[in-house]
Design a protein around this ligand. Structure first.
Ligand SMILES: Cc1cc2nc3c(=O)[nH]c(=O)nc-3n(C[C@H](O)[C@H](O)[C@H](O)COP(=O)(O)O)c2cc1C
Length: 318
């Protein structure tokens, strides 16, 4: 089984990726949070830093692009191929209102003719492999057969399916029956993504879909960064390793971001997922959210590590 680390905007940038791979069994591939190429033909400094080869040494990284303009996609794919990337991924899943209103991400899924033209042009001219990460549709899984017949016409490297629709955002459950139908009809290798938070979740998925060779994990891996070690037969993550990982990550963010606020923001976002593994840590969540300075934050984190038992088996629960 191949394990892909899902792209999570604001969370899984190059600092997180490198620290994750240094402390835990690494993902086979890390997908970047989306880059948004546009008519400026320039990556933002955040985007550039995320894909610079020297920031991703020793990791297999797949950059992801969010656009509905073939010209912008091709410009970015060209830049990324020159940097050495052999695959770029198209985001057809982002459910955010502002993105969808611009017919990007899962908003592009209603524009069948435009999507067909986009893939036709992109696949004819792109200098590297293209893969797609998609939802089942905007409103209903019934939209997927028409989408799949478009995807099937082009030489995609793989199709990553998050079997929800846009209007689900992250509510409800991944729709496994719709995924089964998609799997049967796809001519591309299919990767599953959605709600795999614990080894038991992955085992159950594999029992139902033994033919699927790769899964992409997001929130479950953020909550338990040691999950892949366990999935590969290693021991459960222990508190000392998680603490070292946490401290290293915090140190690296401080070094690169230098001001307190964005560092605090990133670390608090991570705790939104990680707290699930600490038994009885609810009482610390409010002080953690309210921490206005790093010293307050570090005090609360020290209390969580000292007073709460780590239970990786608990896993993240949406
Ligand atoms: C905070 C957050 C940010 C995300 N950012 C991206 C993104 O940049 N690109 C993308 O394709 N999906 C993004 N996703 C979706 C995840 O990649 C993934 O599809 C989703 O979390 C379901 O997988 P999971 O159940 O394993 O978490 C994001 C999800 C969350 C919660």
């Amino acid at each position: 089984m191949t394990y892909l680390f899902a792209p999570l905007e604001g969370l899984t940038g190059y600092i997180y990726r490198n620290t994750h791979a240094a402390y835990f069994s690494p993902a086979d591939e890390y997908f970047t949070p989306f880059l948004s190429p546009n008519q400026n033909r320039r990556f933002t400094s955040r985007e550039k830093n995320d894909v610079l080869p020297e920031h991703n040494k020793g990791l297999h990284v797949v950059p992801q692009l969010l656009t509905n303009q073939a010209e912008h996609f091709l410009w970015a794919a060209g830049e990324l191929a020159t940097m050495g990337y052999d695959e770029v991924n198209l985001n057809l899943g982002c459910p955010s209102g502002t993105v969808v209103a611009k017919k990007k991400g899962s908003g592009f899924l209603t524009e069948l003719e435009a999507l067909d033209r986009f893939l036709d042009e992109v696949c004819a001219k792109v200098p590297c492999a293209v893969s797609v990460k998609t939802r089942l549709g905007r409103y209903s899984p019934d939209e997927f057969p028409a989408l799949l017949s478009i995807f099937n016409r082009y030489p995609l490297k793989r199709l990553i399916i998050h079997p929800r629709v846009q209007t689900d955002f992250y509510r409800n459950h991944a729709n496994l029956d719709a995924f089964a139908a998609a799997l049967a009809d796809s001519r591309h290798p299919v990767c599953f993504n959605g709600d795999l938070f614990t080894p038991a979740d992955v085992d159950a998925f594999r029992a139902r879909f033994p033919q699927v060779q790769s899964v992409m994990l997001g929130r479950g891996l953020l909550a338990n960064p040691g999950l892949l070690g366990e999935l590969r037969g290693g021991a459960r993550m222990d508190k000392a390793t998680l603490r070292s990982f946490h401290d290293e990550l915090l140190g690296r963010y401080q070094q690169v971001l230098s001001v307190e606020r964005p560092v605090l923001h990133k670390m608090k976002e991570l705790w939104f997922y990680m707290h699930a593994l600490f038994a009885g840590c609810d009482a610390y969540l409010k002080p953690l959210r309210k921490a206005a300075h790093l010293r307050d934050y570090e005090t609360v984190v020290a209390q969580i590590f000292a007073n709460c038992a780590l239970d990786p088996a608990a896993g993240y629960r949406a």
